[in-house]
Design a protein around this ligand. Structure first.
Ligand code: PLP
Length: 357
């Protein structure tokens, strides 16, 4: 068994050798023209991926910290959380523990976020912030952003919209400016296809302006501090410079692939995997119409022994997912994002076929 099986878990995802190579580039100083040039390149690239002219902040810690960056810089009256899986639930927990006035719209796992529920809660006027997860990695559910965008633009233009795109950014087309997302966040170990421990967010003028009216934000996650350094293409604290070299590399790869091709690749891989599951008489865990493009959560109605499958796949050099938390065994997830291309996916699904036969 390989000590380093190829990862087919929904994060950290497989990192290709060309990216691993650039992670060992020689270090540069974090207050130098060299780093500013590097950051400017990355920021311009991320802006293109997100179709935005918003500020892009590069952050040297996990995305969980960005949940709190989003809320600390925006919540005054209260924050409304849409909870439809493990990560959206944890984000609501983080807001509760930060002492905000918090309400959650709770959905059965497998369901997408519903715009009518959001409207009902926002109409009370109790919340000035809406927080949701675009792609619930725990359930493979991707929620529709367009109809929420329409609602907010038409009825609640002052509400700040925070979106976790940890497992969709760089794998799914998200047009930030068109949608009007104020704060979009992700870490790099999913569809960006880089190691974990580094994050990215896009930040609108609206949230930056709101942040300036808030007190007790601390220092580390304060958008005002980030803005000051961003204006020099620097970061407030010493960043993970290897991640920055890797970000540059992945942006070059994305440019070479072409954005539209990239979005299409992810959709095609999702459709292929869904079809594979159906052909095996398995169900999909998400409600119809909200299946993720970056991972497929298979509802294991055939009762396949996922532990045994996992052992066999490990022998063949692949690390499989056996389902998140309480769903373990009842579902299993097949990631198809970032550095996973159709041929990798086909190889993996063929191996599963071998193992289950
Ligand atoms: N949000 C979602 C949707 C996730 O899938 C994850 C991790 O899997 C996180 C947030 C947390 O990301 P991080 O581990 O980078 O804090």
């Amino acid at each position: 068994m390989s000590k380093f099986p190829k990862l087919f878990i929904p994060g950290p995802t497989h990192v290709s050798d060309d990216i691993l190579d650039v992670l060992s580039t020689k270090q540069i100083g974090h207050r130098t023209p060299e780093i500013s040039e590097l950051i400017e390149y990355i920021v311009d690239g991320v802006k293109k991926v997100l179709y935005t002219s918003n500020n892009i902040y590069l952050v040297s810690h996990a995305a969980t910290g960005l949940w709190e960056m989003g809320t600390k810089n925006s919540v005054k009256r209260g924050v409304l959380h849409c909870v439809n899986g493990a990560f959206s639930s944890k984000w609501a927990l983080s807001s509760n523990q930060s002492g905000f006035n918090v309400a959650s719209i709770e959905y059965k796992w497998g369901k997408g976020v519903n715009v009518k529920d959001i409207d009902k809660h926002l109409s009370t006027g109790k919340y000035d912030v809406l927080a949701m997860v675009h792609n619930e990695t725990s359930t493979g559910v991707m929620s529709n952003l367009e109809n929420i965008s329409d609602l907010l633009k038409n009825k609640y233009p002052d509400v700040i919209w925070l979106v976790d795109a940890v497992s969709s950014m760089a794998g799914v087309k998200i047009e930030v400016d068109k949608l009007g997302i104020d704060f979009l966040l992700s870490s790099t170990q999913k569809a960006w296809g880089l190691p974990a421990g580094f994050s990215i967010c896009s930040v609108s003028d609206k949230i930056t302006t709101k942040s300036k009216t808030l007190i007790n934000k601390g220092y580390f996650l304060d958008l005002e501090v980030y803005e000051k350094y961003y204006n020099k293409y620097q970061t407030p604290t010493t960043p993970s410079i290897p991640h920055m070299f890797a970000m540059k590399k992945v942006i070059e790869k994305i440019e070479k692939e072409g954005l539209e091709n990239r979005w299409k690749r992810h959709i095609e891989m999702a459709k292929y995997t869904q079809q594979w599951a159906r052909e095996h008489k398995q169900n999909l865990f998400p409600d119809s119409g909200c299946e993720s493009y970056t991972l497929t959560c298979v509802k294991n109605i055939k009762g396949w022994d996922v532990n045994k499958m996992s052992d066999k796949l490990l022998e063949k050099g692949f690390r499989m997912d056996r389902g998140y938390g309480s769903l373990r065994g009842k579902v299993f997830r097949i990631p198809h994002m970032g550095n996973v291309y159709m041929e990798d996916l086909v190889e993996y699904l063929n191996l599963i076929d071998e193992v289950i036969s």
